[in-house]
Design a protein around this ligand. Structure first.
Ligand code: GLV
Length: 316
């Protein structure tokens, strides 16, 4: 009884060590070190994967569960051949905390204009700029799932005026929550910083486009900690070019790594970070994966479960 591990493009060794330690009765095979999948295909009962090659999961006839090494599901959603088995996302509270702190840092930076002071220092300019009180600085969080809720809470606890918008009704203490297409415009209209936490789904691709951006007040800023595909890049660049948006802090892009030719690298009002807002610490997160494997072993339901779009379509 074995586990197939493939953290494609990222560190595999730490995961290998942690899973081996937590599940000593199981053999862990690193996909990047397998010379032939055929050798172990029958043995594999769990796939612990990220960005795994499409079609490959069909090769393991005894597979019992698919455990993702991240919260996003777009890689697996794009593979219609994924076997009909439990698919479990990795929603690690430690990662959510990191993402919330990343957002808090940039909201504070935008609110207090720290970049401007850094720039002024290089010119030896002593000049204060007017700011409003944090409770008058309006941050709107798009998407109130696990990430959006953590971000909204962190910002609210630090004194900002926080609103959130989601497709569905949500409730969060101290946060004004808007829901559905009819309330989207209202949620945007007084926004100083818009934080995108929407997952990428067929409904959210290109959601942040010129129509949405035009509903933000002049000089609003955008932070994207979700996925690049939720934003229509040409519309964002146009809004930045004409000064409608003052700044964009982007941690996720449609193509990653961000290609050298991308204008985002060079735009004076864009901050690029390499999809690092939420660091996954294998040492804490491996425990969540191991617990979910044990749940499946014991006939219990692992969580959080993800519904593959092919299954939803089939049952509709
Ligand atoms: C990271 O981007 C994740 O989906 O966990």
């Amino acid at each position: 009884m074995s586990i197939l591990l493939n953290n494609n493009g990222y560190d595999n060794q730490t995961w290998y060590e942690q899973l081996t330690m937590l599940l000593p009765q199981k053999t862990v095979y690193r996909y990047d070190q397998l010379s032939s999948v055929d050798v172990v295909a029958e043995e594999i009962e769990y796939a612990v994967i990220w960005n795994h090659p499409a079609g490959d999961l069909q090769c393991y006839p005894n597979l019992k569960g698919i455990l993702l090494l991240g919260a996003g599901t777009e890689h697996i959603d794009q593979d219609p051949t994924v076997p009909d088995l439990p698919i479990v996302r990795l929603v690690d509270p430690e990662v959510l905390k990191d993402m919330a702190l990343y957002t808090l840092y940039w909201v504070m930076n935008l609110h207090r204009q720290y970049d401007t002071y850094r720039e002024q220092q290089s010119q030896r300019v002593w000049q204060r700029h007017d700011i409003c009180a944090p409770q008058d600085y309006n941050v709107t969080v798009l998407g109130l799932g696990a990430v959006g809720k953590e971000v909204a809470k962190r910002l609210q606890l630090n004194g900002f005026n926080v609103s959130g918008w989601d497709r569905f009704e949500q409730q969060l203490d101290g946060v004004t929550c808007y829901a559905g297409p009819d309330q989207l415009g209202t949620s945007l209209q007084a926004t100083d910083v818009l934080v995108n936490c929407l997952p990428v789904t067929p409904d959210t691709i290109g959601f942040i486009d010129s129509t949405l951006l035009s509903q933000l007040p002049q000089s609003a800023a955008l932070i994207n900690i979700s996925r690049g595909d939720v934003i229509r890049d040409v519309d964002l660049l146009a809004a930045l070019d004409r000064g409608h948006l003052s700044h964009a802090v982007l941690d996720a892009f449609s193509i990653e790594p961000l290609p050298e030719y991308s204008r985002f690298w060079r735009h004076p009002n864009v901050t690029v970070t390499p999809h690092m807002s939420g660091a996954t610490y294998a040492r804490s997160a491996a425990r969540l994966i191991a617990d979910n494997i044990l749940r499946i072993e014991n006939g219990e339901e692992p969580f959080p479960l993800h519904q593959h779009p092919a299954r939803i379509a089939a049952s509709a």
